[in-house]
Design a protein. Structure first.
Length: 194
């Protein structure tokens, strides 16, 4: 489910039933794109594995940070963006300084340590749902509106004739900067490097 719903976006844009039959998925794609731009910057209960290996019965994920204080034996985690047999809900059977181990199913072929590119994601239980926080919902809606308007009028960053002052391009690097004040309490410190 998107943080911004299609009904909310339609109401803000004032498009009514204009996009119901001709392009039923377009507005949903805009809402999903807003989440794709926004959610990776928010604090989530997830860590990124940089490599993995497996035997025929166990899988091991490796991290570039110490994880002994993050994960524990018996914890249920959701593994995504790794290949089979790693993806899915797993129960941790071992925790090392920079690795976790869990059972794998299907008797896979044993593989040596190799990088996961792009990084895999290991998620614990999330304590909150950003779709219920008003400031996050507003930020998502603002981004969705900008995406929609950029799609409908791609050259919306115009230049005035008399002042030669360009207006900002809607999809530029300031897209998230315009809603950062709404998101400040929820930003992941790991997303602010650089």
């Amino acid at each position: 489910m998107s943080t911004t719903t299609v009904a909310e976006l339609k109401a803000v844009l004032g498009v009514g039933t204009l996009y119901d039959s001709s392009q039923p998925l377009m507005l949903q794609e805009v809402c999903d794109a807003a989440d794709n731009a926004l959610l990776p910057f928010l604090w989530m209960n997830e860590n990124y594995n940089i490599a993995h290996s497996n035997t025929t019965t166990e899988g091991t994920l490796y991290f570039d940070i110490p994880v002994e204080d993050i994960f524990y034996v018996g914890q249920s985690v959701t593994v995504t963006k790794n290949s089979a047999p790693f993806n899915g809900t797993k129960t941790i059977t071992g925790v090392g300084n920079q690795s976790i181990t869990f059972a794998v199913t299907g008797s896979p072929t044993a593989t040596e340590y190799h990088p996961t590119i792009p990084y895999g994601i290991v998620s614990g239980v999330t304590q909150n749902t950003y779709a219920t926080i008003p400031s996050v919902r507003e930020a998502s809606l603002m981004i969705a509106v900008d995406i929609f308007q950029s799609r409908q009028a791609p050259s919306s960053g115009g230049v005035t004739i008399d002042g030669f002052q360009p207006s900002p391009y809607r999809m530029g690097n300031t897209l998230l900067a315009r809603v950062r004040a709404l998101l400040a309490p929820f930003l992941d410190p790991r997303s602010m490097v650089g």
